[in-house]
Design a protein around this ligand. Sequence first.
Ligand SMILES: Cc1ncc(COP(=O)(O)O)c(C=O)c1O
Length: 400
Amino acid sequence: MLSSPWRSDFPALAVLEAQGEIYLDSAATAQKPQALINALSGYYTSGAANVHRAQHTTAERATRAFEGTREKLAAWLNVPGADQLIFTRGATEALNLLAYGLEHLVRPGDEIVVSALEHHANLLPWQQLALRRGARLVILPLDLAGAVDLPAARRLISAHTRLLAVSQLSNVLGTWQPLTELLPLARAQGALTVVDGAQGIVHGRHDLPALGCDFYVLSSHKLYGPEGVGALYGRREALAQLRHWQFGGEMVEIADYQHADFRPAPLGFEAGTPPIAGVIGLGAVLDYLLTLDETAVAQHEAALHAKLVAGLGKRRGLHLLGRPQAALASFAVDGVHHGDLAHLLTEQGVAVRSGTHCAMPLMNSLGRTGAIRVSLGLYNDGADLDVFFAALDRALEMLA
Ligand SMILES: Cc1ncc(COP(=O)(O)O)c(C=O)c1O
């Protein structure tokens, strides 16, 4: 049972299935709905044009569609003004934008606080910023479930804290982070707060003003959209503190040979030709997602996740990393190298991810060299998990 009523909206799944492949790696990137494929093809077949530059009709159409996505994304996240959303080329670029754009605010001796479970994208930009500015990177430890340990956070977030950057949903542990408690701790110290929503955005709708962060980053390709597109949300007061970081066409108000004045957000932070087709495609994906019954999607995802976690829990010698709450689960097996296991799963047509999942320090702190991660999309069926478990059992038998 547990069949997804939305599976047929994603044509690649039937193709993969016909090839004997089961896709359980949606946390790395998701398969795409037909609505996106139609939008990309529609844009390219009806006339590509650069945005915000030319006055001709084709450009006007492209600009309208491009800005339309900004409005749709703002509505999706309950952001009051679309101009509070900057398009980037991914979550990684959005985080780097922040680390450069906020650099002037970080002084020697300041502390930048991140959690122990961050993806490299939300660790390395801050680590490098701390190194450039003589600041200190403070790491919030985790509890046994795999969430930030709040008593420790209360001790470690202090008057020295200049900025807190933390994931909403862990890409390794599948745990929601206690943002409601964590963000006010930083705010009370006058620190800026950054939420990495690359995984969180995919599961449920999130009200960003209610969340109360200064900045939130997201990635389109995990939300069933195209690659090469991400977004940065900022509270107005927080956006006003950002310094420009990439320079070039369309981000400038006025320029002479020696000086230039730059536009405010969002266009001031979108230098060069943006990923126009991709942004328009993301708009089509949001339109598609809006047609789905939100509660039904949440229930389906929860039931699939429960089946995944329960099934893994039944295998002897298998250790779950943390206590996954949503979307995915990572595990290691006693005496079995994750690479060997992934190889045998691949041979049986099961696509999962193995390795350190772009979180090497977390993996080290868990005493693991790597793990297998199974991740789910709204298009997965319970039958995908049956195939996975059968393949897992066969692989474990072979490796025993
Ligand atoms: C938690 C988290 N943050 C950031 C990223 C980076 O996103 P992107 O590769 O789309 O820039 C990922 C991607 O796996 C992620 O899982």
